[in-house]
Design a protein around this ligand. Structure first.
Ligand code: NAD
Length: 380
């Protein structure tokens, strides 16, 4: 089987889908890897690193895609890229078909089997393949590093001849995978951390990391049976804002990670609340791509409002491109072996991972709901 690894084309994307160490393990299992020359550059992996690991390095699009059975990517491909995919090939990437409706439709019409990584079930068996978790871990870590670099204060408490410096106070909104890693990183740097989440199960996770859990006082549970958050009513959002008002005003850094699947991110910090924050404090809004948890966040930009730096960058994960790529790549290896059956990819729709992740197959968009959403988005 031949796996093609193209260079990512989205501006600011520095990760690569397969790192050299994964290439070596796949090559040992007799899989052939073809890498687009320079695809690893953003993550500091050279073409020679890949050659040594057993890949061939291609300079032409034809050489890369013509015989590829599987294309391994991070972001959804453009229509220009899809044009080069072989009919019957498979693609693994973070697809988000509702956002990339035209590309999804094109993938189906080109007979490509598309595996959308964002749909992986959060089950024990899929844990090692879970790129959302691995990349959220990177995002949570990086958010705190960026905040620590941006705030004009120490994170740890310091007792020096020049006086005692109080530790930084960090507030984390949303205690899922990214939020928990943000808490852990801020704690390692010595900050005093408080965190808030609508899922009651989050309390134990937050407290196990040595942070204080802020009780949301919700009248009804805001979570699904699968453990995902559900949208809050306007009254509940107001109560949530009331619960965080004081820690936000007293804090130096706020990292926001609150997301509800398939929804705009909830606005937990209003413009009015930003005004109450200490001048020189920092908000890192990891929900910027989904609309932001702060009303003043500008997606893709860092800005200063009322003396507060608001980081809305969309490429924080790419700022840790080496380890982010390694983790993504490890996840992909596991997934490839899950689908591999005697040197061929096999898609068994009785298997939960296949059923949840395969979005296009056999010339069709699989699943009525997504098929209708794509038809509506692309005009039939
Ligand atoms: P996510 O990225 O979808 O959301 C981040 C966090 O924001 C979640 O904790 C969510 O509860 C919280 N949130 C949503 N609305 C909020 C609001 N209004 N105020 C405050 N917080 C709000 O979440 P995730 O990190 O992908 O995790 C989602 C769930 O999946 C969690 O229960 C997590 O423990 C679970 N999970 C399980 C596995 C596994 O078992 N394999 C792996 C990863 C995550």
């Amino acid at each position: 089987m031949i796996i093609a690894v193209p260079a990512e084309t989205r501006p600011g994307e520095k990760r690569v889908a397969l790192a050299p160490e994964s290439v070596q393990r796949l090559a040992e299992k007799k899989l052939q890897i073809r890498l687009q020359s320079g695809a690893g550059k953003g993550a500091w992996f050279s073409d020679d690193d890949y050659r040594r690991a057993g890949a061939s390095v291609e300079t032409s699009v034809e050489g890369l895609f013509d015989q590829a059975d599987l294309i391994a990517k991070i972001r959804a491909p453009s229509e220009a890229e899809i044009e080069h995919f072989r009919r019957g090939a498979a693609l693994i990437c973070l697809l988000y078909p509702r956002i990339h409706a035209a590309a999804t439709r094109y993938l189906a019409s080109r007979g490509v089997t598309t595996i959308a990584l964002e749909n992986l079930p959060r089950t024990t068996i899929a844990q090692a393949m879970d790129v959302l978790s691995s990349q959220s871990t990177v995002a949570g870590y990086r958010a705190v590093i960026v905040a620590a670099a941006g705030v004009a204060k120490f994170f740890p408490m310091l007792m020096t001849p020049a006086g005692t410096i109080a530790p930084a106070r960090v507030l984390v909104l949303g205690a899922g995978v990214a939020g928990l890693q943000a808490i852990a990183t801020a704690r390692r740097l010595g900050a005093v951390v408080e965190a808030f989440d609508v899922r009651r199960a989050a309390r134990a996770d937050v407290e196990s990391l040595g942070a204080k859990f802020i009780e949301p006082w919700l009248e009804q549970a805001a979570e699904t049976a699968e453990g995902y958050a559900t949208p809050l009513t306007e009254a509940a959002i107001e109560r949530a804002r009331d619960a965080i008002r004081q820690p936000l005003a007293n804090g130096d850094v706020c990292v926001t990670t609150a997301l509800v699947p398939n929804q705009r991110a909830p606005i937990l910090i209003t413009a009015e609340m930003v005004k109450t924050m200490r001048p020189g404090s920092v908000i890192v809004d990891l929900a910027a791509e989904q609309g932001g948890n702060c009303e003043l966040t500008q997606a893709g930009q860092d800005s200063v409002c009322h003396g507060v730096t608001i980081i809305g960058r969309l490429n924080l994960v790419s700022e840790v491109a080496i380890d982010a790529s390694r983790m993504y790549s490890r996840n992909l290896e596991k997934l490839i072996f899950h689908f591999l059956d005697d040197d061929k990819l096999r898609f068994d729709f009785g298997d939960e991972i296949t059923r949840r992740c395969v979005v296009t197959h056999g010339g069709e968009i699989v699943g009525a709901e997504i098929r209708e959403a794509i038809a509506a988005a692309t005009g039939g």
